[in-house]
Design a binder for this molecule. Structure first.
Ligand SMILES: [Zn+2]
Length: 172
């Protein structure tokens, strides 16, 4: 029987992105994060029929939350416009991560490769904040946060970056 080769994160991504975020994205790629739809299927009594808290429009599945929700696609479309890329987002998180690196045109490769991890983690934290702490996160806040995260990760990895956070956000 054919077995898919094991899937690994690109080496550079492993050096940059915090382990907890890598673990989250791996689970997301394997469809193993516990979203509302999983709870609902297990018979849990989930609030609002398991509808995504970020858009309130569709049931929260892994694909919805990280690929098709208006929240995540709002961030992604803005990135695509900035880079002048047109891309039809694939149907799974794994394919999205596998295709992502090849899309790089303008941004430095090191930065480009970590974008989906920063976006995914930002969306996940926004979702958790909304569910567990009734926090409201706007698309604009999430946009700034995903760039801020990349900045923190660069700092933590001791990579030379002479920009202040503000300048980094402006010029990213
Ligand atoms: Zn949604």
């Amino acid at each position: 029987m054919y077995e898919e080769p094991p899937w690994v994160f690109p080496r550079r991504v492993q050096g940059f992105v915090p382990p907890k975020v890598l673990q989250f994205m791996w689970q997301a790629a394997e469809g193993k994060i516990v979203v509302m739809e999983c709870l609902r299927r297990r018979g849990a009594d989930v609030e609002g029929e398991g509808v995504c808290v970020l858009c309130g429009l569709e049931r929260e599945t892994v694909q919805h939350l990280l690929l098709t929700c208006v929240f995540v696609s709002g961030i992604r479309n803005r990135i695509m416009r900035r880079e002048s890329i047109s891309w039809c987002v694939p149907g799974s998180v794994k394919e999205m991560l596998q295709q992502w690196n090849a899309l790089c045109v303008g941004t430095a490769k090191e930065l480009w490769e970590v974008i989906p991890y920063a976006v995914g983690w930002t969306v996940w934290l926004a979702r958790n904040g909304a569910i567990f702490r009734a926090e409201e996160v706007s698309l604009e806040m999430a946009w700034d946060l995903h760039i801020t995260r990349i900045y923190w990760w660069i700092q933590a990895a001791n990579i030379d970056c002479d920009y202040s956070l503000h300048d980094f956000q402006q010029s990213f």
